[in-house]
Design a protein around this ligand. Structure first.
Ligand SMILES: [Zn+2]
Length: 225
């Protein structure tokens, strides 16, 4: 989970306008075409919770559960994009959590992947301060990546496998950067920069790989902002 800017755009303004119209209709819906389009663009079609990209089951999620409160239900600033797995886990169980459009979540929570020889990778997701929001968010992240029910555990295992594959590729990329020189090194650096951006899959875990290697690659830390 990393920070994602809620930028002003023609699509966002159209979404806000559609929400205003729907709010006053008794059977109004926040699931408008404009909202879907604007959220897709804003979140780069990535689930803001598990950070998977390219999924077909993305849903409109309310950061603060609306519980039929129409102000919260139709508030553009309360609408986020998440996959069905994460939306279902978060539900209204985890509240309040950190708002990733206002907070650098990966600076308040550490995201680590540890490789165990002959075993599955182990994820370690830890809150770095004592606030309720940070603690709830870290707990939510752990449930997202591990699940608690048999169904969610099976879904979470698939997410962890995708995460491991992505992090292995990223590790190879950093290794190539380390061994390259001249123009090749510049190309590798550009590739690393892209993989650390807010719109890249599993960016929080990748940023922590770079932070943990800051002695070796201090020049890459600027891409973890
Ligand atoms: Zn998700």
């Amino acid at each position: 989970m990393v920070k994602i800017e809620r930028t002003d755009s023609p699509e966002a303004r159209a979404a806000v306008e559609s929400l205003g119209k729907e709010k006053v209709r008794p059977s109004g819906t926040y699931r408008t075409e404009e909202v879907n389009k604007a959220l897709g663009l804003m979140f780069a079609h990535k689930c803001y919770l598990c950070e998977q990209k390219g999924l077909s089951d993305l849903q409109i999620e309310h950061l603060i559960p609306h519980r039929q409160n129409r102000d919260l239900m139709f508030d553009w600033n309360n609408l986020f994009l998440s996959c069905a797995h994460c939306n279902n886990i978060k539900n209204d169980k985890y509240t309040p959590i950190l708002d990733c459009t206002r907070t650098d979540v990966d600076k308040k929570i550490a995201f680590h992947r540890y490789r165990e020889l002959f075993e599955e990778d182990r994820l370690d997701i830890v809150a770095l301060d004592d606030s309720l929001e940070t603690k709830n968010t870290a707990d939510l992240m752990n449930e997202v990546y591990y699940g608690t029910t048999p169904q969610k555990k099976a879904e979470a295992k698939i997410i962890r496998e995708r995460l491991s594959k992505e992090l292995d590729e990223f590790q190879d990329c950093v290794k190539s950067y380390n061994l390259a020189d001249g123009e090749d090194k510049k190309d590798c650096e550009l590739s690393i920069m892209m993989k650390l951006k807010w719109n890249a899959p599993f960016a929080a875990f990748k940023r922590w790989m770079i932070r943990d290697a800051s002695d070796k690659f201090p020049e890459l830390l600027k891409y973890c902002q």
